[in-house]
Each structure stands twice: as C-alpha cells, then as structure tokens.
Design a protein around this ligand. Structure first.
Ligand code: UD1
Length: 421
C-alpha cells in the first residue's frame, strides 16, 4: 500500500487548479444509465472512485471511453446486466446510485447492500422505502437488494432525514416514472443540483432545483442527442487546500472553483483570521503569516458547514490560538482522525459527537493512518505543520477522493512524496 511522507514546516504559497467534484461525478456517471443516446461528461476528476464507477458500469456491458482530457463518453444501450456486485460496492458505497436509474429504465436492479462503513452505519432505508412508495417490488436477500417494477409511479415523498445519495437516487428514478414525483426535505447540496441540471439536459423535467422540494414530472424516455456536460468544481477539495494554506500561515490562490458554494467554509476561515478574496471562479486566502484562531463548528446539511470539511478544521484547530468546539451532527462516528492527531501531540478531548480542541504548542510528525477519506486528508494537513516527518499510511482512502494530492501540495511548496508499496 502506498504511503505519503510529509516534512512539515513550509508556508504554502502559489496557485492551483481545482478538479471536478467527485460527489457530482459519481451520480452523473450513474445517471448516464437513463439516457438512450451517447453522453459525454467533462471535468471528470482523476480519482480511484471514478475508476471504480467505470468498472461498475463496464461490467454491466456499458461502453465507456475516456480521452486524455478526462472527458468520458458513455453508451448505455449496450447494457447486458443490471447488477452492482459486492466486490465493487464494498469499495465504494456510492455504487448504490445505480439502483434508481437501473430500476427506472430497465425495470430491474440487483445491487449489493453497502454494509458497514468506518464513519457510521450509513443505512439505505430511505432509498428503499421511497422506491417502494413509488411502486417498486424490493426484496433484500443474501446481502443484495433485488428490485423490480413495470414502471415506477410518481408520488409525494417526504424524506425522514436529509440524505444526499438518497435524494439523488430518487431524483434519477423519478425522471422516468409515470406522473409527478415531489421530493420533500430533499438534500440541496450543490452536487444534487448539478445532477438535476444534467438530468434536465438529457430531457428530464425537474423544477425546484437548489431548494428542498424537488418536483419531477416523469417522461417516457431521456434521449437528448449530443449532450456534453461539465462537472462542477469540487468544493471539498477547494476547502481542503484553503485549510492547507491557513494551517501553514501561507497564501494561495485556487482557480476553476466556485466561491458561491463555499459560504459556510469561507466564513469560518475568515473567523480563523484568513484574509479571503474571491472572483467568479477563484478564491485567494492569505494568512499574512499569522497563526489561525480556533473556531467552533457544527456540521449539518448544505448550506450549513459540511461534514466532509470537519476533519480538516479539527487539524487546523489543533494548532490554532484558543479553544474550538467541533460538533458532528451528520455521522455518528466521524472522529477517527482525533486519536491519530493526539499521537502527533494535539490536545483534543472527545465527548460523544463533540471534539474540544485546544491549540497546542505545535504538532510532532509521527506515523499515522486513517480509515476514511477526509480523515486521511486531515492527517496530511496536520503533517504539513508538524515538526519533522509524518508518514501517512493507507492512502488509498485519499486516492479515492483527491486528484494527485501530493503533486498539488508540492506545487504549493510542500515537502511531500509518495512511497510506493
Ligand atoms: C454523501 C456524500 C458524502 C457526505 C455525505 C453528507 C456522496 C457520494 N457522498 O454521502 O461525501 O459526507 O453525503 O454530506 O455524495 N441516512 C439514513 N438512511 C438513509 C440514508 C442516509 O439514515 O437511507 C443517514 C446517514 O446515516 C447519515 C445521514 O443520513 O447519518 C446523511 O447521509 P447521506 O446524506 O445519505 O450521506 P451519503 O449520501 O452516503
């Protein structure tokens, strides 16, 4: 397994291009299953989860071609089976996103249950209960979801909890349902909106985009021709590099991104003392060489502070001035990075879903490893500011969601290198 070695102590500076959003690319690739015509998608990030999604669609018989600019063309008419097998689903829970489109277009889907996950139980009950309300016949047997329908029926769905992939699955399913579907308490993450815009380009009739009530008028088929759709920029990658700059008291400019979808994160960085300037598609952060101030954070669905940025801010608080309280409300077990940071000298006290971080004198490099994507990234951030070397193990988590992280950080001046297995 590859490892990353980081020698801390350099103030980051320079410019960087932000990649397309992983969490928009995955549902959009799944949504190509709905279209009867070839579809082209651009701004695809170079990530392991994208390769997994290509494998997932490929093993169904779908034709995918990718060019050197990371444009993917998908032809779904060659499909031969409607299955997402366990060995792919277990490495990427987002594989559940093929359930809605397969069922809606082909009337049949066999998708492995995602099973356990490091950051909490992450059930899919809302996905399944809602599809049943839409008339699907669903059986869970031997670890697989077997779903069938003649045609899904539009109806009113009030989701018990705000769920991102749940909303996306139902949104995709509803595009081909008979009649109108209304999804209330829908997730309004920008990636959900990106998917909705893509579906509309293919011929779907979705209104209420960017709100928590989505109305979908079902159509017979999605068959728009010559579709090319560029994925929106990754707000979590953007936020991670902004924290990398803040934690090292540096100055960076991030290009090809979207400040308008990062309000909660930018506000907290300003509170931490960062000087932030933005343009339509860029963000610049300058710490003027100052130590960040600790901030209080409470994660919640968009537009509130994203859970996917919680670990990175925990790293920043652990070297900040003062005390910062971090409350995680989305996932019940998302503090695995804390123990590793404590090994690096961080003063963090955990009480159920709250982490109380007291700024410490400084962190010390250590061998560390993490069990999920964002937690691993937060350990890299801690390594950037620690004294000496930090060896981050199990970085396949990072490769799932960060496009060439060591190259991008090195471009900003960090001393970081990958040690191949
Ligand atoms: C998505 C993102 C992930 C992000 C998360 C929260 C993708 C591919 N992943 O994950 O990066 O951290 O949103 O912003 O987009 N829940 C249920 N029943 C369900 C579904 C969810 O109880 O059927 C609960 C979950 O356990 C969790 C909460 O709802 O406590 C939110 O989860 P959800 O929004 O579904 O997360 P994902 O879509 O898996």
């Amino acid at each position: 397994m590859d490892k990353l070695i980081i020698t801390g102590g350099t103030q980051l500076s320079g410019e960087l291009r932000i990649s397309g959003a992983k969490n928009a690319a995955l549902p959009i690739m799944a949504a190509t299953l709905l279209c009867e015509q070839p579809v082209s998608i651009g701004n695809i990030p170079h990530l392991h989860d994208i390769t997994t999604t290509m494998q997932l669609l490929g093993q169904m018989g779908i034709q995918l071609t990718i060019d050197e600019k990371m444009n993917i063309e998908v032809v779904s008419s060659t499909i031969t089976k409607y299955e997402a097998p366990y060995d792919l689903v277990k490495t990427m829970r987002a594989s559940i996103l093929v359930l809605g489109p397969l069922l809606a277009r082909f009337g049949e889907a066999h998708v492995s249950l995602p099973g356990g996950c490091a950051i909490g139980t992450r059930p899919v009950d809302i996905h399944l209960d809602s599809l049943i309300k839409m008339g699907a016949d669903i059986r869970v047997e031997a670890g697989y979801i077997h779903a069938k329908t003649r045609r899904l029926q539009g109806c009113r769905l009030v989701l018990d909890k705000v769920t991102v992939t749940g909303t996306e699955n139902l949104l995709m399913a509803a595009t081909l349902a008979e009649g109108t579907t209304i999804i209330e308490n829908a997730a309004k993450e920008p990636e959900v909106s990106d998917l909705a815009h893509f579906l509309n380009e293919m011929g779907a009739k979705i209104s209420g985009i960017d709100t928590d009530i989505l109305t979908i008028e079902g159509v017979e088929k999605l068959a728009a021709k010559d579709i090319h759709y560029d994925i929106l920029p990754d707000r979590i990658e953007t936020g991670t590099y902004l924290v990398a700059a803040a934690i090292t008291r540096g100055k960076v400019k991030l290009k090809d991104t979207r400040p308008d979808i990062l309000d909660a994160v930018l506000d907290k960085l300003k509170e931490a003392g960062a000087d932030i300037t933005t343009g339509k598609d860029w963000i610049q952060l300058d710490m003027h060489g100052k130590q960040p101030k600790a901030v209080n954070i409470r994660t919640a669905p968009y537009p509130a502070f994203p859970t996917d940025m919680q670990a990175q801010f925990t790293a920043m608080n652990s070297v900040a001035e003062g005390v910062g309280i971090i409350t995680e409300t989305v996932f019940e077990n998302r503090f695995m990075h804390v123990q590793e940071m404590q090994r690096m000298g961080a003063d963090i006290q955990l009480e159920s879903n709250t982490a109380i971080c007291k700024g410490s004198e400084g962190l010390t490099g250590a061998p560390v490893m993490a069990t999920d994507l964002r937690a691993s990234a937060s350990l890299v951030l801690a390594g950037l500011v620690a004294t000496g070397d930090t060896l981050v193990d199990r970085i396949y988590h990072i490769d799932r969601g960060y496009d060439h992280i060591e190259e991008k950080l090195a471009q900003l001046g960090a001393t970081i290198r990958r040690i191949p297995k």
